[in-house]
Design a protein. Structure first.
Length: 428
């Protein structure tokens, strides 16, 4: 209770609370900080990383974690309990095995990074929209392993990225699938997609987007291949395409102008390109890890790192001129806003947990006392327990609303709305 009383005293007396009550850290590996091949090698060890993180969470050494894994990044966000140096060192061993060192970011620097990621500023497809959907899906999947602070961070960063896009009217490629199709236009002799003969390996979201995109461009020959023939058949029926077993593609690859590969593989490649494949058949692989093996190296094979080289030639043309400065100002303001919200959220969680622990202890003692004093039957004891726990849950549930008002009032002198546009309360 002393810790609880200390927090309330500091708030009531208006005492400055400069130290951040939350502690978040990111282990960043992406195509910018490292390389696509580093991301690929790390993803091959993803199950070990997740097992390690889950063990740390289950033993209360960390409060929670979120892993944002896309075709060009593998980033771990951790809400720690004060021993982050030890935690990072324990996880770092897996990175050391493949000779890479993650970039470590924390606190406000990490908030800024997450906003930039969700704006598509850290993506090969500049200002892409797809990363927002990927973050939302990641947040859903992480409900059991994340923490209230990390969920708040991602929710607020998602909202911030959408608001900034709307304010500045910025937009870019819709996702990596558009880059793959743009690359095909570059490398094929036939520039018109309506005349392409296309094979797609995979039945996931990215494969479906590629199919939809080439269909919109007028392509009429699309064949879908997968290791799961039932899934190939289902997607082909929806897309009005043909389907086949992936083993058949090995023998018929020369029939196509371009083969798009977007699937998953761990132990061995999904597709082997035979030595005899003609040079005019382009194979564009946007899978991580790499899912294609080229026999003899004669085929026109492009992996993600190859796509990036072509993207960089056009990157400046895709940036909206004059938006850089305004973008940086808006990001700085959003960093301030999210930082304050995380502070409030952290104090709410801390006070709530302290109250819950104290009230639970009192409740159990009073129930036991009632049993002894009134000699309750089992049924009467169950009813008493049910009523008391209902009161307990409702009282704890009301705490966040009460505390949020009190804490918001305390932090009102820092509120961003009073700042001049572009000004940051804390600086960077």
């Amino acid at each position: 209770m002393r810790k609880l009383e200390s927090i309330y005293r500091r708030i009531d007396e208006g005492e400055a609370i400069d130290d951040s009550p939350y502690s978040i850290v990111g282990l960043i590996v992406n195509y910018r900080t490292h390389s696509y091949r580093d991301v690929e090698r790390l993803k091959l060890r993803s199950s070990r990383v997740e097992d390690k993180l889950e063990k740390l969470r289950s033993t209360n050494r960390i409060k929670g974690y979120i892993i944002l894994s896309t075709c060009n990044r593998y980033e771990i966000y951790i809400d720690d309990t004060g021993n982050i140096d030890e935690v990072v060192e324990e996880i770092r061993g897996i990175y050391d095995e493949i000779g890479i060192s993650p970039r470590i970011q924390g606190s406000r620097s990490l908030i800024r990074h997450v906003i930039r990621v969700l704006l598509g500023m850290e993506s090969p497809a500049l200002f892409e929209y797809e990363i927002v959907d990927q973050a939302i899906e990641t947040l859903k999947k992480s409900s059991g392993s994340s923490s209230p602070i990390l969920r708040e961070l991602f929710r607020e960063a998602i909202e911030a990225s959408i608001e900034i896009r709307e304010k500045l009217g910025i937009g870019g490629a819709t996702g990596f699938h558009t880059l793959a199709i743009d690359l095909a236009r570059r490398v094929l002799d036939i520039k018109d997609p309506s005349r392409w003969r296309v094979a797609v390996v995979g039945t996931g979201l990215m494969a479906r987007k590629i199919i939809d995109e080439v269909k919109r461009a007028g392509c009429s020959r699309i064949d879908i291949y997968s290791r799961d023939i039932a899934r190939s058949r289902g997607l082909a029926a929806r897309a009005g395409a043909q389907y086949g077993d992936i083993k058949d593609l090995y023998r018929s690859i020369e029939e196509y102008d371009v083969v798009f590969v977007s699937t998953r593989c761990i132990d061995k490649p999904v597709l082997k390109i035979p030595r005899k494949a003609r040079l005019s058949t382009a194979v564009i692989d946007i899978s991580i890890p790499k899912c294609v093996e080229v026999e003899g190296g004669v085929a026109n094979y492009y992996w993600i790192d190859s796509i990036q080289k072509y993207v960089e030639e056009d990157i400046e043309e895709r940036i909206v001129r004059g938006v850089d400065e305004a973008l940086d100002r808006l990001i700085s303001r959003k960093v301030d806003e999210i930082d304050l919200k995380l502070r409030i959220k952290s104090y709410i969680e801390e006070v709530k947990n302290l109250y819950a622990e104290t009230i639970s202890e009192i409740m159990l003692k009073q129930i036991a006392k009632a049993h002894r004093k009134f000699n309750l039957t089992d049924r009467e004891g169950e009813i008493l327990d049910l009523v008391v726990r209902s009161i307990y849950n409702k009282s704890i549930g009301a705490l966040p609303r009460i505390l949020e008002g009190k804490l918001t009032q305390y932090f009102s002198r820092y509120m961003i709305k009073d700042l001049d546009p572009g000004e940051s309360r804390y600086g960077e």
